[in-house]
Design a protein around this ligand. Sequence first.
Ligand SMILES: Cc1cc2nc3c(=O)[nH]c(=O)nc-3n(C[C@H](O)[C@H](O)[C@H](O)COP(=O)(O)OP(=O)(O)OC[C@H]3O[C@@H](n4cnc5c(N)ncnc54)[C@H](O)[C@@H]3O)c2cc1C
Length: 431
Amino acid sequence: MATLAHVGRVAGTVDAVVVGAGHSGLAMSRALAAHGVEHVVLERGEIANAWRHERWDSLRLLTPNWQTRLPGYRYRGADPDGYMTAAEVVGFIDGYAKFVGAPVRTGTTVTKLRAEDGGYLVETDRGMWRCRAAVLANGAHGVPVVPDVAASLSPGTRTLRYSEYRNPSQLDAGRVLVVGSSSSGLQLADEIRRSGRPVTIAVGEHIRMPRLYRGRDIQWWLEVIGIHNERYNETDDIVRARRVPSPQLVGSPERRTLDLNALRAQGVDVVGRLVGSNDGRLQFSGSLANHCAMADLKLTRLLERIDRWVDEYRFGDLVARPERFAPTRVEATPRLSLDVKKESIATIVWATGLRPDYSWLQVPVFDNKGRLRHDGGVVEPGLYALGLNFMRRRKSSYMHGAEDDVRDLSEHLLQHLRAPKRAALATAVGI
Ligand SMILES: Cc1cc2nc3c(=O)[nH]c(=O)nc-3n(C[C@H](O)[C@H](O)[C@H](O)COP(=O)(O)OP(=O)(O)OC[C@H]3O[C@@H](n4cnc5c(N)ncnc54)[C@H](O)[C@@H]3O)c2cc1C
C-alpha cells in the first residue's frame, strides 16, 4: 500500500473533497457548509471553467433565465424570458461562488483519486488531500465522443470536435458536414449556414421541440407538467434514457424554433446518420425517415400530454390554443452517400456528444463499457457524482437540477460521515 510519503506533499485532511467548481460543485459546497462538513473544492482552472473556455462564442443557454437557479440563488435581472450568453453564465456562477463563499482551490488538477483506510486519497498537481467522502462534480462533458467511422476517413479530411469549435471563421471555405442532430448539432449547422457556407447535417435519433407552445416556453411546460422531475428509478430503461440526446432547442432573443424544417428552409442539406467512409465517399444510413418520424411522433405525444394537463387543471383560458407542427420534411429518396472531393466538403464537425472524464478515478466503479456505475449519483457510500445526464431526475444535467440532487446526495454523504461514529458509539454502549 502506498504511504503518504510515496504520493507527495500532504495539502490537508478534510471530511470531504469536491472535484470541480462548476455550478454542481459549488451547490454541493453550500450544502456541506450548511451541515458543518469541513471540505475543499478542487478546480483545475477557474470557477465556471467549462463556461469560460469550452463553449462556442455564440452559445446561449437553452433554458430561460427564470429557470436558471441554484440552491438559494436565482436570476434577478430584467429579462426573465431571455437566455443567458456563456459570458453571462460565467457571471452567474461567479456570483454564486461568492454567495456560497466556497473554499475553492483554483488551478488545482486532480490527477488521481483512490480508496485508502476507509476514505479516499486525492492526488493533485499541488499536493494531496485525505478525505472520508468525495464528490465527482467534474462535469458530464469532459471528453468529446467521436464515432468509430472517424478512423476510416481519408487522410487529410479536416475534422473538428465541437468542443474545439468557436465560430465559423475557424472553418475553411467549402461545404461543412455537421454530424449529430442534438441541440449542439442543430445550433452549429444553423450558425455555419448563416455564415454563408453550404452545410450538410447527418441526422440520427433526435428530440424535436418547439421553442414556444401555447404561448409558453417549452421548458416551462416540461417543468410544470412534471417531466423535469421524472425519477431515474421510475423509468423503464434508464440506460437508454440517459443516452437520449438533448432536445433541439436554441436560446435566441427572438425565441425562435430550431428544427430540421427550419434548417432546410435555410438551405441546409439533411442526410441520415454517418455510418461509413470508403475511398473518399461518406456513407449515410437509410434510417433518416424513420428517425424523423419517431421524433415527430414523440413531439405529438409531448404536446398531447401538455394538452391533457391543461384540460385537467382547467388552464385553457390562461394559455393559447393547442397547435400541431408540420411533420419533418424528408425527401422520398435521401442521399445515401457523398463524395468528399466532388461535394467540396472542407470540414467535418463532430457534434456527437461529450462524456465525463474519469481517467483519474482509480476506484473499481466502472461497468464493462467503462461507464461510471452509480445509483442515482451514489457511486458507493462516500463517493458521489453530480451533474450527469438523468442522474437522479430528468433535470439532473441542467443547472436547476442541482438543487434536488445536491439535497439528496449531501444527506447520503452526511449519513456516511456519521456512520462510523454511530457504529463506535453502539459498540461502546453495547448495542
Ligand atoms: C453545449 C452545452 C450547453 C448547455 N446548455 C445548458 C442550458 O441551456 N441550461 C442548463 O441548465 N444547462 C446546460 N448545459 C449543462 C450544464 O449546465 C453544464 O454541463 C454544466 O457545465 C455542468 O455543470 P457541472 O458543474 O456539473 O460541470 P462543469 O460546469 O463542467 O464543471 C466541472 C468543473 O470541474 C473541473 N474539473 C474537471 N476535471 C477536473 C479535475 N481532474 N481536477 C479539478 N477540476 C476538474 C472543470 O474545470 C470544471 O470547472 C449545457 C452543457 C453544454 C455542454
